[in-house]
Ligand binder design. Structure first.
Ligand SMILES: *[C@@H]1O[C@H](CO)[C@@H](O)[C@H](O)[C@H]1NC(C)=O
Ligand SMILES: *[C@@H]1O[C@H](CO)[C@@H](O)[C@H](O)[C@H]1NC(C)=O
Ligand SMILES: [Cu+2]
Length: 329
């Protein structure tokens, strides 16, 4: 894996990454006062593996789409071709706040400001040996952040370089979990199959919890979402003049939603049989604001050309044959 061979592959990776760098992934995960660096994705830097990171490396920054086939892919579990384990497991006190900070692939700020941010957990025997199988209904939702009362999406805060803060329920039992953080960008979701998912899993060990998961609405990834979910196919997305509108989050209800922090209740606009979701105000969750932004980097990275897309898939297969994320550990 050294010298000439590595260089060839590095060049190939560089060629592939040109178009992916405008997306992004977690660069800082914070829990119990400790900040952990997240790994770069394999296609940005396969060598970047912080030894103390609880965040599992994903293969590419390219989004998973809300097409029927992508939604059925195992990539929906923990992101695109993720590593099967991370080097560390973060300690988290139940009831405390964890936070997720994102960067783009070129070390700029998160480039999208339309869409919700959703967090799930999955209980494991051992977080670093845990990979839920497709179809296994063990994921429960702990948080969803949509629009604030002005119609500003949670992702707008990410684009202001702020972190997304999530309270870990105090009602869950102690033990190991995966935290599945999911950023859903909707800028193209007026078209069916064009919502974009940025997903990754972080290993945590919860202490100080009380209670049980009885009564939690458990779902499977892949499996929980469908192409026509009202929160993923939103034909009227741009018909609201930038004002707040009833948005139906995809997936199940939030664990303990009825005792959670104040939320703006809205009716689901869809005919879906799902329980109508509530829209927690983005402001309800306190956000930590790192350094203010001088010039926001607003990269458009939404429209993928078919031709380059196909070429890159071929190249990625090649690269992946060489650097299989799972075999790195
Ligand atoms: C999962 O993601 C990887 C990396 O982007 C991709 O090569 C693979 O085709 C995806 N799998 C499916 C079933 O879509
Ligand atoms: C965004 O926040 C990160 C983490 O605090 C910081 O390292 C980076 O310099 C910030 N970027 C900008 C453009 O402010
Ligand atoms: Cu993007």
């Amino acid at each position: 894996m050294k010298s000439a061979t590595l260089n060839q592959y590095s060049l190939l990776i560089l060629a592939v990454t040109g178009m992916t760098r405008a997306h992004g992934t977690i660069d800082i995960f914070t829990a119990d006062g400790v900040s952990y660096a997240g790994p770069e994705s394999m296609d940005v830097d396969p060598e970047s593996l912080p030894s103390d990171s609880p965040v599992r490396q994903i293969y590419t920054l390219e989004p998973i789409l809300s097409t029927a086939s992508d939604l059925a892919s195992p990539n929906m579990t923990c992101g695109p071709a993720p590593a099967s384990s991370a080097p560390a497991t973060a300690s988290v006190t139940a009831g405390s706040t964890i936070s997720f900070h994102y960067r783009s692939g070129n070390n700029g700020v998160w480039p999208h400001d339309v869409g919700p941010v959703i967090t799930y957990m999955y209980r494991c025997t051992s977080a670093d040996a845990c990979m839920p199988s497709a179809g296994e209904e063990g994921w429960f939702k702990i948080d969803q952040q949509g629009m604030d009362e002005k119609g500003v999406w949670a992702q707008a805060a990410m684009m202001r370089n702020e972190s997304i803060n999530v309270v870990v329920p105090s009602s869950i039992p102690d033990g190991d979990y995966l935290v599945r953080h999911e950023v859903v960008t909707l800028q193209n979701a007026v078209n069916r199959g064009q919502a974009e998912f940025y997903i990754s899993c972080t290993q945590v060990r919860v202490k100080g919890g009380s209670g049980s998961l009885d009564g939690a609405e458990m779902v499977a990834f892949p499996g929980a979402y469908a192409e026509d979910d009202a929160g993923l196919f939103v034909p009227d997305l741009y018909d609201h003049d930038g004002k707040v509108f009833p948005y139906a989050f995809p997936g199940p209800a939030v664990l303990g939603a009825f005792t959670a922090t104040p939320a703006v209740a809205v009716a689901s606009p869809s005919s879906s049989s799902r329980v109508p979701s509530t829209v927690p105000t983005a402001a309800a969750a306190t956000r930590t604001a790192p350094a203010p932004l001088s010039t926001p980097v607003v990269a458009s990275c939404t429209r993928r050309k078919q031709s380059t897309g196909r070429a890159s898939v071929r190249q990625q297969r090649l690269v992946q044959g060489r650097f299989n994320p799972a075999s790195l550990r």
